[in-house]
Every structure is written in C-alpha cells, then in structure tokens.
Design a protein around this ligand. Structure first.
Ligand code: PEP
Length: 256
C-alpha cells in the first residue's frame, strides 16, 4: 500500500515568526497521524525556523525550488546541500508558477530533479496541463512530454524516490478543482507512463499527489480514489486549522 502524503505549499507567504507559530500549532493537530506523511514547504527564509519547530514531530519540511549546481555564481539561487543543511528533506520542482514566472522548461526540471536526488532530497515534481491544453484534448500529450523530458535518463531506482504532483494549471488558486474522476484518470495515465518507462514495481510504488484548489470540503472525495496518493495544497495550507483538516480527512477505509 502506498503511503499517502499531504503537502502544503506556502508559496511566497509567511514570515519566520508566523512559520514557527504555524508549525507549533500543526504539531499538536497531527501528533497522532499515521495514515499519511505531512510535509510543509515554507519560503527559503523560513526553512530553518520550520525545521527547528518541527523537530521531534512527524512534520517534514520541503523547499519550493533548488538550483542544479552544488555551488557557483548563481545569484539568488540555493542548492540541494544548502536546503538539506537548513533542514529540508523534500523539494518541490517544476511548479507551474515557476514554469510561468521563471521560464522553467522540462529540461530544467530534469536537471533540478537530478540535483535533488544526488543531494538526498525527495523531489515532488509538478506536472499538469493548462486550460487551453485540456480544452484542446491535449492533456495526455502534455503529460507525455513533461514525463519523458522531466524524467529523462533516470534509473528505475532513482525514479522510485520521486513523488509526482499532478496539478492541472487551471485548478491552481482558481477555486476550480478537477473532479476526483478527472484527477484519477490523469493519475492512472501517469502511472502507466511510469510502468512503461521504469517498470511495474516502480509504477505501483509511485506516489502521485493531486494539486489544485484542494480544501477541507473536497479532500474526502479526492481521497476516495485509490489512484490519488495525497495532495499538494496551496491556499488552504496557509491556515493551520484548514491544513490540519485536510491532513485529517475523513477516512472510511484503512488508508495507508
Ligand atoms: C499549489 O500551489 O500547488 C496549489 C495547488 O495551489 P492551490 O491549492 O491554492 O490551488
């Protein structure tokens, strides 16, 4: 059984003080959680504070990006080793906002992914189509391209350390959520790509999170799909009650 992951992506929100207070509050609310992993991705400036506040708890800390080099003349960038030193165990790669704001291509995603794996961080790699692409019936082609180029050259063993987040761009921050069925269909397709590229065992073990306007009131429906192995949550992860409600979604089955 794949262990689910509930990850909060804070984007460019929260000070160091607000981060520490949030993590303290979340610790109490997830202390008895064992049905999923809990990950929080604060901005770079608050990584260290988040990791310190989370010490001794089940909460894991993710960065929102990294550079592919170990060090060098890259103003404004941060390497995998620096993130790990600050206390991050995970890193989000290829979020659509980075693709949009910083022109990140699938090739860049691939370089960052390799750097994360080399640096011992668990990558959460975002893929997903825009509204125009969905309406043109091109969702699978987009996923094909992002998968093929983003994961190019990885070994099956490397692939088995990756988490994918399926985030249809039209659902991010818009209040429009993919239905559980729509998300599950794309997740099934991504798993099939994993099977073809890396093998049956790796595909079956691959965790695929859904992201796009996940809220406490729609998480239950999404998690009723066995294909959906958790969520990457933006806006609703900024409020501790709301994120804790998502982590503690109503469970009818003994979810792993
Ligand atoms: C995200 O930032 O990855 C995201 C899915 O945002 P939201 O939940 O706000 O749509």
């Amino acid at each position: 059984m794949r262990r689910r992951v509930m990850a909060g992506n804070w984007k460019m929100y929260k000070t160091i003080a607000a981060t520490s207070a949030f993590i303290e509050g979340l610790k109490a609310r997830v202390a008895s959680v064992d049905h999923c992993e809990v990950v929080v991705a604060p901005p770079f400036t608050a990584l260290r504070a988040a990791a310190e506040a989370a010490r001794g708890s089940k909460i894991r800390i993710a960065a929102q990006d990294l550079h592919w080099d170990r060090e060098g003349a890259h103003t404004g960038d941060v390497s995998a080793g620096m993130l790990a030193e600050a206390g991050a165990t995970h890193v989000i790669i290829g979020h659509s906002e980075r693709r949009r704001d910083h022109g990140e291509t699938d090739e860049v995603v691939n370089r960052k992914l390799r750097a994360a794996l080399t640096g011992g961080l668990t990558p959460i790699v975002c893929v997903g189509e825009t509204l125009a692409e969905r309406e043109a019936g091109a969702t699978r082609q987009v996923l094909d391209r992002q998968f093929e180029r983003g994961f190019a050259g990885l070994t099956s063993s490397e692939f088995s350390h990756i988490i994918i987040a399926y985030e249809p761009v039209w659902a991010i921050g818009t209040g429009r959520t993919a239905t559980p069925e729509m998300a599950a269909e794309s997740h099934r397709y991504l798993r099939e790509l994993g099977r073809r590229g890396f093998g049956e065992t790796e595909a079956e073990g691959l965790r695929i999170l859904y992201g796009g306007s996940v809220k406490p009131d729609n998480i239950g429906g999404l998690m009723s799909e066995n294909e959906i192995d958790g969520a990457l949550v933006g806006g609703a992860s900024l409020d501790v009650e709301s994120f804790a409600a998502i982590v503690n979604y109503p469970r009818a089955r003994s979810a792993g």
